[in-house]
Design a protein around this ligand. Structure first.
Ligand SMILES: Cc1ncc(COP(=O)(O)O)c(C=O)c1O
Length: 375
């Protein structure tokens, strides 16, 4: 072994992927409802995405933001065109944690304040500031010393938030659907209340849409849902169908005050990643994947709820938590043995589904059949 240990690994080595399936070296297929860690938005190796990457790789693999690039301009316009106003600008980075680091910095510099209020159970990444904003002690303890000026309140509780957000608050940062916590969301009044509170106190509202962005909830972004638009949105995971990329969507008011040299990263906005991102947006539109996610989500929800032993199904679109009446780990292991990959959550009773947005009715029915046997 020469790699440092990171995640606990499934006992499988993958060599190939196609659509919602991945394959090991013997040709054994796995139905992937974990979506390559919520990354394979257009499915594994979507032909249009692969073609765009191949074409770009033959032209120019990379040059940084010190030069202009048509493919970068096209990717930025395509992403901003899906975002609600006033989210008019995009800053390309390389990962979800980097997107959150920069979103918090943008908020602090914009407001001239330091404090960030986040929610218990939220996950925002593993670099210094993002892990310090993560509402799970297990992760936060890894950053020692933590970055100061972070506060936490219970998710979904507006009264607590009202007390925590003051004129010292630069930003409220939260996942609109808390994924790792076990797929929990809150009613529209909560998000409307957050927007109104941030406006009243002069704080920025940041949605961490690393998981919920790029179609996963059945809308292109959670931002804009029920009329609530945050000031900043962090993105990553499915943005480029598997080529590493992150981004921050930035409101026009914040963008107007950003000067040259304040933000940057060598690899952010590289041509290869931008070609993949542009193709990803195109595929989501051309194949009407948002409709597919909404319909598929209902089928999954109804089907799972009809299985004895399933207590609840939480979440939106293709970010679903199947809540079992018992510990989910043995069920997850049995699903794996039968060739189905799903995620776990910090809530031990939850199976987490983050499939490609291309997941269709036949694959859903196949999954539900295996799930019924395994539960
Ligand atoms: C909601 C959320 N934010 C941030 C991150 C961090 O993203 P990355 O691993 O790309 O740094 C993750 C990763 O799982 C995430 O789920």
């Amino acid at each position: 072994m020469s790699e440092l240990p990171t995640y606990s690994q499934l006992p499988v080595t993958l060599v190939r992927g196609e659509g919602c399936s991945v394959f090991d070296a013997t040709g054994r297929e796995f139905l992937d409802l974990y979506g390559g860690h919520a990354v394979a938005s257009t499915g594994h190796c979507h032909p249009a995405v692969v073609a765009a990457i191949r074409e770009q790789a033959g032209k120019l693999l990379f040059y940084s933001n010190v030069v202009g690039s048509d493919v970068r301009t096209r990717a930025a316009s395509a992403i901003v065109a899906e975002a609600p106003p006033p989210l008019t600008h995009v800053f390309f980075v390389n990962s979800g944690t980097e997107a959150n680091e920069n979103a918090m910095r943008l908020a602090r510099r914009h407001t001239g304040r330091r404090e960030v209020v986040s929610t218990d159970g939220g996950f925002h990444g593993r670099t210094a500031d993002a892990i310090s904003a993560t509402g799970m002690e297990k992760y936060r303890a890894l950053q020692d010393p933590p970055v100061p000026e972070h506060r936490f309140v219970p998710f979904g509780d507006l009264a607590h938030m009202e007390r925590a957000v003051t004129t010292a608050t630069a930003a409220v940062l939260l996942e609109p659907v808390q994924s790792m916590a076990g797929v929990r969301t809150a009613p529209p009044e909560y998000f409307r209340g957050l927007r109104e509170l941030c406006d009243r106190r002069g704080a920025c509202l940041i949605f961490d849409e690393v998981q919920t962005g790029f179609g996963r909830t059945g809308a292109f972004f959670f931002a804009g849902r029920d009329g609530v638009v945050p000031d900043l949105v962090s993105l990553a995971k499915g943005i480029a169908s598997g080529v590493p990329m992150g981004a921050v969507l930035v409101s026009s008011a914040i963008a107007a005050r950003v000067k040259n040299e304040e933000y940057g990263t060598t690899f952010g906005g590289g041509m290869l990643a931008c070609a993949a991102a542009e193709a990803t947006v195109r595929v989501i539109g051309e194949e009407r994947l948002l409709d597919r996610v909404r319909e598929g989500s209902e089928r999954l929800r109804r089907g799972a709820l009809a299985i004895p032993g399933v207590a609840d199904v939480r979440g939106l679109g293709y970010l679903l938590g199947i809540v079992l009446a018992r510990d989910a780990k043995p069920v997850r292991d049995r699903l794996f043995e039968r060739g189905v990959l799903v995620g776990g959550a910090s809530d031990g009773k939850v199976l987490r589904l983050l499939p490609p947005l291309t997941l269709g009715p036949n694959e859903i029915d196949r999954f539900l059949g295996v799930l019924r046997e395994c539960v």
